[in-house]
Design a protein. Structure first.
Length: 340
């Protein structure tokens, strides 16, 4: 009897042990299932979904201008021009480029709140386009005129910020003059429109201080800008009150091949003479072109590669000019080292 009792007791203990192990296993499985459910619910929560969305700041970061379509076109055209000419330029002294009985209209020193709008009115009446080499400090004071110049299809050129004589500046100050003008234009337009055309104030160092020319050319190469001079100069700035003499000078100084004419959109006598100048060229059978087209033909590139149309604005942060607006006096010509 004692052996049978011990056997039954042993069997009950084994059965109870198996039940305990199964209970512990079931408890562990339930815990694991609960933890998994909690993790799954957390992973699909709105907070997780928001984390997976692209960040607005990342989406809004502008791509570099060199990677935009206009930027690539400018870089490509510059490389082609540089392969042909160590200092790509137009109408510089000694240049033998042919103009093909065409005239490119250019205006310096603006914008001026009185005379620039009048010049634009005349050009609109004749349905002609021009290149305006702007003076950065004036552009900063009159952004509405920069907007109008661009909106009416004209081309902008850089004429330094304070109309500085580039032969008197160190390279870093040359660059500052160029960049501050670019910044003033970008501020006026509310976006980036790369200016690649440059006219040195008073033509220096192409007409004077020629020994300084290599340094300016080096800065132009680094900034990928095209100096643009002229071969027709009626000296409009010096003939106050005599628009008839300006027209006479135009007729006498223009060769049969045409070229790039230097005028100033800051002079009342130029406003008065402009219709007569245009009528003279039309009567003489000249056609009108612009600086971009002449440079494009010279180097065998697309005009868009010389300077993009103003409606092809490039995304990017708008820079601030180095000199705050409040530091620019009302009469900015007092700061110019070289101003006709």
């Amino acid at each position: 009897m004692r052996g049978g009792s011990e056997t039954r007791t042993y069997a009950r203990r084994r059965l109870r042990g198996r039940r305990d192990r199964r209970l512990r296993l079931a408890t562990i499985l339930l815990i694991l299932f609960a933890v998994g459910a909690i993790l799954f619910e957390y992973g699909s929560s709105p907070a997780s979904e928001e984390a997976e969305q692209p960040r607005p700041t990342e989406q809004s970061q502008p791509e570099p201008s060199s990677e935009t379509e206009p930027g690539r076109a400018l870089d490509k055209a510059w490389a082609i021009a540089l392969a042909q000419d160590p200092s790509p330029s137009l109408a510089t002294p000694g240049e033998t480029v042919e103009f093909g009985h065409r005239i490119a209209l250019t205006f310096d020193d603006g914008p001026d709140p009185v005379t620039t709008p009048a010049i634009l009115d005349v050009l609109r009446d004749y349905d002609l386009k021009a290149t305006f080499f702007i003076y950065g400090a004036r552009a900063e004071r009159h952004p509405e005129l920069i907007e109008r110049i661009v909106s009416e299809g004209h081309t902008l050129g850089n004429h330094t910020y304070y109309h500085r004589d580039m032969t008197k500046l160190a390279p870093d100050l040359m660059v500052k003059e160029l960049r501050d003008t670019q910044a003033a234009v970008d501020q006026a337009l509310g976006n980036h429109s790369q200016i690649t055309l440059f006219r040195p104030p008073c033509g220096a160092p192409y007409n004077t201080e020629i020994e300084a020319l290599p340094l300016l050319q080096k800065v132009m190469q680094e900034q990928e800008m095209y100096p643009v001079m002229w071969n027709i100069d009626p000296r409009d700035w010096a003939l106050e009150g005599h628009p008839d003499l300006i027209i006479d000078n135009v007729a006498q100084s223009t060769s049969g091949d045409g070229g790039v004419i230097l005028l100033h959109d800051t002079q009342l006598q130029t406003v008065e003479a402009l219709p007569g100048i245009l009528d003279h060229y039309i009567t003489a059978g000249f056609e009108f072109t612009d600086v971009r087209n002449l440079l494009a033909e010279k180097y065998g590139v697309d005009p868009e590669g010389i300077e993009a149309d103003s409606d092809a604005l490039q995304p990017g942060a708008i820079p601030q000019p180095s000199d705050p607006s409040e530091d620019v006096p009302a009469e900015v010509s007092s700061l110019a080292e070289c101003l006709a």
